[in-house]
Write a protein that binds this ligand. Structure first.
Ligand SMILES: [Zn+2]
Length: 250
């Protein structure tokens, strides 16, 4: 098993992209609920990255990076910054100093904490397509358009979001593509047992809790390591649509 644990929450219907208003309200809900730090808080480093189309698959994606403003998020702000891809990232380096809630049901290392983690909102117009140590890629044929054009591609690398994408509309014939019916294999992080994930780890919008290395190393404890219901309620309140939740270990 890998060393970095991330929890991905994203719509079951892979093509679903929330409105700018839903995203602004979710971000405000995260902040007002004390799940993400305020910009002036200690023990954190947070930023907004407006990613730009990558020049090549090998390079880091160009990005306009800025600090968060202390004003509430507005739909207009989200709209303006999400012309290509938007990553809102709150890096809580010290949960106590940052004055935020811990999103998991318990602290796996109460003697060595306080916990650190990242919370990210990721939004784009194409499908983000994550594969890794425990998320296998689709078959090559699964991401082909009916005209045989391969719709999955590599774009420039960006921190925390990966560099694979799938076109929503075929660049050759213009047909729309939805990976919701395709399946990939996901391996259990502890036992390696394989299950099918219909739709794969693909999304146009995701809420991610990245534990980095701060997660239980023991299987029995790890099985109980879940996100708190109050945290997941934010998705239900603001995004509303049914979601998938996938743990990755890379
Ligand atoms: Zn096509």
């Amino acid at each position: 098993m890998g060393v970095d644990c991330r929890v991905w929450i994203f719509p079951k219907e892979r093509g679903f992209r929330p409105s700018a208003e839903q995203i602004a309200f979710l971000a405000n809900g995260l902040r007002e609920g004390g799940w993400v730090p305020r910009p002036e808080a200690a023990g954190q480093k947070s930023q907004v990255s407006e990613l730009l189309p990558g020049k090549s698959a090998e390079e880091k994606k160009l990005a306009q990076v800025q600090e968060f403003d202390s004003e509430p998020f507005t739909p207009g702000w989200v709209e303006f910054h999400s012309q290509h891809e938007l990553v809102m990232e709150w890096h809580v380096q010290n949960q106590r100093e940052a004055g935020v809630q811990y999103p998991f049901v318990f602290d796996p290392y109460p003697d060595s904490g306080p916990p650190y983690f990242y919370i990210r909102l990721i939004l784009g117009h194409e499908y983000f397509y994550w594969t890794g140590e425990n998320v296998m890629p689709f078959d090559e044929a699964s991401t082909k358009c009916v005209c045989q054009e391969q719709l999955s591609y590599w774009t420039g690398w960006a921190h925390g979001v990966g560099s694979q994408r799938i076109h929503r509309a075929c660049p050759r014939c213009g047909r729309g593509f939805d990976p919701s019916g395709r399946a990939c294999e996901v391996l259990d992080g502890w036992t390696g047992v394989s299950t099918q994930l219909i739709g794969g780890l693909t999304f146009c919008f995701a809420l991610v809790v990245d534990c980095h290395k701060y997660f239980p190393s023991d299987e029995e404890v790890g099985r109980r390591f879940h996100l708190r219901a109050e945290f997941l309620d934010l998705w239900r309140t603001f995004i509303e649509v049914p979601y998938e939740q996938v743990f990755t270990f890379d």
